[in-house]
Structures are given as structure tokens and as C-alpha cells.
Design a binder for this molecule. Structure first.
Ligand code: NAD
Length: 370
């Protein structure tokens, strides 16, 4: 098969869907065409791709291959340059019905990596995890950078500096990495999540869990989520959580918010009154900014100061760590490819495989996502 790796065209995107490391593995069985400059922003040079066995081509040729590996879904212009019947693998936004329709109209067999189920076998191809891990780490550094004080406790000849208090809201992959990173920097960390299973995880990383009690069996059942994902919590629980979190935020120096619910706007965890009660100089890094924000005052893509609190509406944080986020993403795709190719490297659509089935969003002219 012939593989194409085009340069990403979305504004601000620095990642690339294949690295010289993964191209070398692909090139053992396939012809691989990498667009000139596709890896420049992630410090993967054309020379390194060529040395790994790729042919360096232009944008149109990279798109016109049997299998196209992308970070984001192709735009209309790019779709027009792809071959009917081609295979497309990337973060194709499985909840974007219009977008999927366009992939189907272009007659692609398309796989949205974000739709992989949360099962052990899918861990090595889980792009949400690999990118959230990078983002959780970087969010803490962004918070520390915008904060006018130090993170660790320091005992100096000029007196003692207190450790920063960091509150993490949402303890999935990004939140856990944020806890670990903040702890490594010496902060005192507290965290909250709806899923009861996260209490033990927070504590095992040395954080304190903000325990919002469940008052009904229904609340507890909803909180346990489905397939590792959270569901929207009842109003009453959200109110109790907001009150407890507000108390913790009054003392906090940095808050990192990561709470998401698949296919829905981000849950609102910090309202404007709570921000007004925070200490001047405190920082909120809202990792849910792209999905509406966990904080009422967040502006996506902007850093704003409200009531003396710096609120960073961070978008596409993985793109700010392009080399490692590309390396991990490219390995995720390579791992997924093993499920859709046979031992000779030919494309093989096995819909008995629950991962392949879950990821496939378009095939033979139709949207296939349930
Ligand atoms: P996510 O990005 O969808 O959400 C982030 C976090 O926000 C989640 O922990 C969620 O519970 C939390 N959240 C939602 N509403 C909230 C609210 N109102 N208040 C506080 N927190 C709220 O989640 P994710 O990082 O993708 O991971 C979700 C789970 O899936 C984790 O348990 C993770 O370990 C698991 N997982 C499993 C696999 C696998 O087995 N292949 C892979 C990745 C993740």
C-alpha cells in the first residue's frame, strides 16, 4: 500500500501523524510519501524522513495515497484531493456529524482514533490518553509560569517560602499527570472528580481527594460512569461539589481544570463568584476551554485576568510540546494499523474487532458510526 503523511493545515497545529521512527517501520512493507516540511514544526526534518525510507512529496501527492495518516480531519480542499476508497486515520471528531458526512461523501474508509474503547488492549493506540498525558504535564508548567510565586516550600537564609496549593478538577489521564507534575514541583495538591474510583488514584500520587458525598444511589450510579467516562451529574450533586470546591479554591494558588464529558459541553465547575473569592495572583488553567470551559470566565484561546486571577483558556496544549506529542500520536496510529492490516501489510477490514468497529466512522459512502 502507499501511505501519505501530509502537513497539518489547521491553524496552530504543530504535530505530525508519523515520525521518522514510525515511517521506518511502515517503509519496511509500504511506500511512504511524506509532504515536504510536514515535520518541521515538530523538529522532524525531511532528511530524517528520507533516511527512514520516505519519499518527500508535495501536499497534493501526500493526500492522494491509499492510506492517509493525519492529526485532524482533512479540510474541504484536502478532501477534494483524496482518492475515493482511500483509508483515512486521524482524530476525526466522531461527534461531529457534518464532518463525518463529508468523509462519507468523499467515499473514504475513515477511522476516528478518539472513538477507541477504553479497554486494556486499546491502551497503546489511545490518542486521547497519549495527548492528555502531555497536556496535563504542560498545563502545570503553564500555571507555574503565570504564577508570581514559587511552587515548592523553600527554607532559605532570607526566610521560608510556602509551598503552592494546587487544586486539580477532573482526574482522568490529564488530571492524574497534572497531579504527578505538581507534586514533582513541590506543590500541595488536592483534586476532585465525579468518579469514586479516582479517590485511590489521587491518594496514590500523594494528593488529597476532595470527597463530595453522594446522597442517593442514583447519584452514585451516575458518578460511576460508563466505559471509564463520566456522565453529567445531577444538579444537586454539582451544587454540593461547587460549594466544596469553592472553599478549596479560596486557599488555592493554582487550579488546573480538566473535567470533560464525551460529546457534551464541559461541566461548569467554577463560577464567577468563586473566582472573585480567590487570592489575587492565583492562576486557573482551564484545559476544557475548547469545550466551553470548566470556569465561567474562561475565554478559549485567551489569557484573561478577572478579579486579580489569571485565567488561561488553553487550547490544543499538546501542540505546544510537538516533538513528544507527535512521537506518541504516531506510535498510537502505528499500533492501530496492526488491527487493519494482514501479515503481508495489505488493508484488511475486520469488523469483528471491537476496536476497529468502534473507530470506523465512514465506509463505502456512508457514515458508519452508531
Ligand atoms: P475525560 O478527558 O473524558 O474527562 C476528564 C475527567 O473529568 C474524568 O476523570 C471525568 O470523570 C472528570 N469529570 C467529568 N465531569 C466532572 C465533574 N462534574 N467534576 C469533576 N470531574 C469531572 O477522561 P479521560 O482522561 O479520557 O479518562 C477517563 C477514564 O478512562 C479514566 O479512568 C482513565 O483511566 C480511563 N482510561 C482507560 C483507558 C483504557 O483502558 N484503554 C484509556 C484511557 C483512559
Amino acid at each position: 500500500m502507499k501511505f501519505g503523511i501530509p502537513r497539518e493545515t489547521r491553524a496552530g497545529e504543530t504535530r505530525v501523524a508519523a515520525t521518522p521512527e514510525t515511517v521506518k517501520k511502515l517503509a519496511a512493507k509500504h511506500e511512504v510519501c511524506v509532504e515536504a516540511g510536514a515535520g518541521t514544526a515538530s523538529f522532524n526534518t525531511d532528511e530524517a524522513y528520507a533516511a527512514a525510507g520516505a519519499r518527500i512529496v508535495n501536499h497534493a501527492e501526500a493526500l492522494a495515497q491509499d492510506v492517509v495518516l493525519k492529526v485532524w480531519a482533512p479540510d474541504a480542499d484536502e478532501l477534494g484531493q483524496m482518492k475515493a476508497g482511500a483509508v483515512l486515520i486521524g482524530m476525526l471528531e466522531p461527534f461531529n456529524g457534518d464532518g463525518l458526512q463529508k468523509l462519507a461523501q468523499a467515499n473514504l474508509t475513515a477511522f476516528a482514533m478518539e472513538a477507541a474503547p477504553r479497554i486494556s488492549r486499546a491502551q497503546s493506540l489511545d490518542v486521547l490518553s497519549s495527548q492528555a498525558n502531555v497536556a496535563g504535564y504542560k498545563a502545570v508548567l503553564m500555571g507555574a509560569n503565570a504564577y508570581g510565586k514559587l511552587m515548592p516550600m523553600l527554607m532559605t537564609a532570607a526566610g521560608t517560602v510556602k509551598a503552592a496549593r494546587v487544586v486539580i478538577l477532573g482526574v482522568g489521564v490529564a488530571g492524574l499527570q497534572a497531579i504527578a507534575t505538581a507534586k514533582r514541583l513541590g506543590a500541595v495538591v488536592e483534586a476532585s472528580d465525579v468518579r469514586p474510583a479516582t479517590k485511590e488514584q489521587v491518594e496514590s500520587l500523594g494528593g488529597k481527594f476532595i470527597d463530595v458525598p453522594f446522597e442517593t444511589d442514583e447519584e452514585r450510579q451516575i458518578a460511576e460512569g460508563v466505559g471509564g467516562y463520566a456522565r453529567p451529574m445531577p444538579e444537586a450533586w454539582m451544587k454540593r461539589q461547587a460549594a466544596m470546591v469553592a472553599e478549596r479554591l479560596k486557599q488555592a494558588d493554582i487550579a488546573i481544570t480538566t473535567a470533560l464529558i464525551p460529546g457534551r459541553p464541559a461541566p461548569r465547575l467554577i463560577n464567577a463568584e468563586t473566582v472573585a473569592q480567590m487570592k489575587p495572583g492565583a492562576v486557573i488553567v482551564d484545559m476544557a476551554a475548547e469545550r466551553g470551559g470548566n470556569c465561567e470566565l474562561t475565554e478559549a484561546g485567551q489569557t484573561v485576568v478577572k478579579h486579580g486571577v489569571t485565567i488561561i483558556g488553553a487550547v490544543n496544549i499538546p501542540a505546544s510540546v510537538p516533538t513528544d506529542s507527535s512521537a506518541l500520536y504516531a506510535r498510537n496510529l502505528l499500533d492501530f494499523l496492526k488491527l487493519v492490516t494482514d501479515k503481508d501489510g495489505a488493508f484488511h477490514l475486520n469488523l469483528e474487532d471491537e476496536i476497529v468497529k468502534a473507530c470506523m466512522v465512514a465506509h463505502a459512502g456512508a457514515v458508519t458510526r452508531a
